[in-house]
Ligand binder design. Structure first.
Ligand SMILES: Cc1cc2nc3c(=O)[nH]c(=O)nc-3n(C[C@H](O)[C@H](O)[C@H](O)COP(=O)(O)OP(=O)(O)OC[C@H]3O[C@@H](n4cnc5c(N)ncnc54)[C@H](O)[C@@H]3O)c2cc1C
Length: 542
């Protein structure tokens, strides 16, 4: 525990030690010229299950590392509340996520540029992906080595994944051994943010190196409750640590890296947000900004469950003490085997219509089955395939419900409210079933447990999506970058209309990328750090 004196001054205050925040903490302290305070609401990343990739399943419901949010009742999902885990620990969500390393499509970033965000086309962000990366396969035009984020192959093929890949190929989809290569389309194995069988969070990759530097102060269990202003200039923050409220001053900038739920929450608590909501809660309005917390986007996934004909799934390992013991021993001795796998083993990026330019759905293939994420595995051999629409058109929001910073905000993704989203989900489920019906896969299927054979028509499939759809944990865009009136930050990630205040995390994405969002959040941290340092070299200090 580090106790920072009240009223202490720093050049930069970073709120949130997550995927992006740890990158910033490293980059801003590297020269030794700037004093930086990193405030993290959660604690240290000491739990062993954080570092063993398979431990991911154990962190879903662990309040010691997870904010454990849920959505409001979702109108298009039969008013169900959907879980929304978020990391509350050094490393943030990169310490509890599924480890899959998928950047999205080049077209996603070119689209950001088309929306008016200079400097965010794929050609502009690629150098930051490469700088961040330490690619196990070596460097090429699209990949880097020597970076702080280690990216590795899944250690060994699995017969079920091989069958899935063969079945997808039989359905006409190409094999793809690199979803971050020249084309994302096709079927293959995922790469993970891990090395030698250990998770590579940004706390491990970036913070571990930086924390030895005397110009970085890290305060854990420190919930930032308010940004402080002098007029339209951010001057510091107020935070609570172990029951005491303190302030910290920023001579340079306050940088919010709290993620897609907490960054807009903190701005709203600080008086930046939709005026009516703030007034109703008795919060002094600093700026009426309807865009703060608006435009929430997330990937919805629909899972199909299968009973397997052979005892070769993870269920069979976990449900037998002998196999469990053998898997544990193998991991200890060689850092290989089932304990090294992430949230997906194999996967696919497919176009639901041939006239589309790029894939619009992602499939995750998992070699275990359970009724819900993080739930006990079935007592029989089983596996799961899920479909998720990559570029949802539905838009939701994050809004505070109280002026008390410890009360979770209302989270409402409004999944499936756009007609296009419902259509793509149904088409994706049909395509997935087509793959599962190919001989290579069929020999492993004893039964489609869910939704089951009664579910045939488009209406049945949509009803199944409404009954069971859940998040893939990719909320973004609640402090969206842009130059329209609802945009929260400009293309240099500065909060519009304010000085010395930035948001640098997944919340700034103008639109959700067609992949898994950790790589993009790290890239945003890398690029954001350069922007902060470039502006520091020109801005006068007070
Ligand atoms: C269960 C799960 C599985 C996922 N699987 C994958 C995957 O396989 N691949 C992938 O690419 N992506 C995955 N993601 C998504 C990815 O991890 C996130 O998009 C990414 O980590 C977001 O980074 P961020 O910097 O925006 O926020 P985060 O990493 O969430 O960091 C925010 C940090 O800020 C802290 N914080 C928030 N508010 C405050 C406050 N007021 N005061 C102080 N600290 C605060 C939080 O505690 C947290 O540490 C997954 C996410 C989850 C939750």
């Amino acid at each position: 525990m580090v106790a920072i004196p009240d009223q202490a001054s720093f050049d930069y205050i970073i709120v949130g030690a997550g995927s992006a925040g740890c990158v910033l903490a490293n980059r801003l302290t590297a020269s030794g010229r700037h004093r930086v305070l990193l405030l993290e609401a959660g604690g240290h990343d000491r739990r062993i299950w954080i570092h063993i990739p398979l431990g991911y399943g154990k962190l879903f419901a662990d309040p010691s590392v997870n904010w454990l949010y849920t959505t409001e009742p979702e109108p298009e999902l039969n008013n169900r509340r959907v879980i929304q885990p978020r990391g509350k620990v050094l490393g943030g969500s990169s310490s509890i996520n599924g480890l899959l390393y998928v950047r999205g499509q080049a077209e996603d970033y070119d689209h950001w540029r088309q929306l008016g965000n200079a400097g965010w086309a794929f050609a502009d962000v690629l150098p930051y992906f490469r700088r961040a990366e330490d690619q196990e396969r070596g460097a090429d035009a699209l990949h880097g080595v020597g970076g702080h984020l280690k990216v590795s192959d899944v250690c060994e093929p699995h017969p079920l994944c091989e069958a899935f890949i063969a079945a997808a190929q039989d359905s006409g989809f190409p094999r793809n051994d690199d979803f971050n290569g020249p084309s994302q389309e096709g079927v293959g194995y995922f790469q993970l943010t891990s090395r030698n069988g250990r998770r590579w969070s940004t706390a491990v990759g970036y913070l571990k190196e930086a924390r030895r530097r005397p110009n970085l102060a890290i305060a854990t269990d420190a919930l930032t409750t308010r940004v402080l202003f002098s007029g339209r200039r951010a001057t510091g923050v107020e935070y609570r640590q172990y029951g005491t409220t303190r302030t910290a001053r920023a001579n340079g900038e306050v940088i919010l890296c709290g993620g897609a739920f907490n960054s807009p929450q903190l701005l709203q608590l600080s008086g930046l947000g939709p005026e009516k909501i703030l007034r109703e809660l008795g919060i002094a309005v600093v700026a009426d900004m309807p865009g703060v917390g608006a435009d929430l986007q997330d990937h919805l996934q629909i899972r199909m469950q299968y009973r397997c004909t052979e005892p070769i799934t993870m269920n069979d390992v976990i449900n037998s003490w002998r196999h469990r013991y053998a898997a544990g021993l193998r991991y200890i001795v060689s850092r290989k085997g089932l304990l090294t796998i992430g949230a997906g083993y194999a996967g696919a990026f497919l176009r639901t219509r041939p006239d589309l330019a790029t894939p619009d759905v992602q499939l995750h293939f998992l070699i275990f089955s359970a009724d819900a994420a993080g739930a006990t595995l079935h007592p029989f051999p089983g596996f799961i395939v899920s479909v998720c629409q990559l570029r949802p058109e539905s838009r939701g929001f994050v809004r505070i419900k109280s002026s008390d910073p410890t009360v979770p905000p209302a989270i409402q993704p409004r999944y499936l409210t756009a007609r296009a989203d419902r259509d793509v989900v149904v088409d994706g489920l049909k395509q997935m079933r087509g793959i599962m019906d190919k001989p290579a896969m069929r020999r492993y299927i004893a039964e489609e447990r869910a939704p089951g054979p009664h579910c045939q028509s488009d209406a049945d499939l949509l009803a199944y999506a409404r009954d069971t759809g859940t998040t893939v944990y990719h909320p973004t865009s609640t402090c969206r970058m842009g130059d329209d009136p609802n945009a929260v930050v400009d293309a240099r990630l500065r909060v519009r209309g304010f000085e010395r205040l930035r948001v640098i995390d997944a919340s700034i994405m103008p639109t959700l990328v067609s992949g898994n969002t950790n790589a993009a959040a790290v890239m945003i941290g890398e690029k954001g750090a350069d922007m902060v340092l470039e502006d520091a070299s020109t801005a006068p200090r007070t």
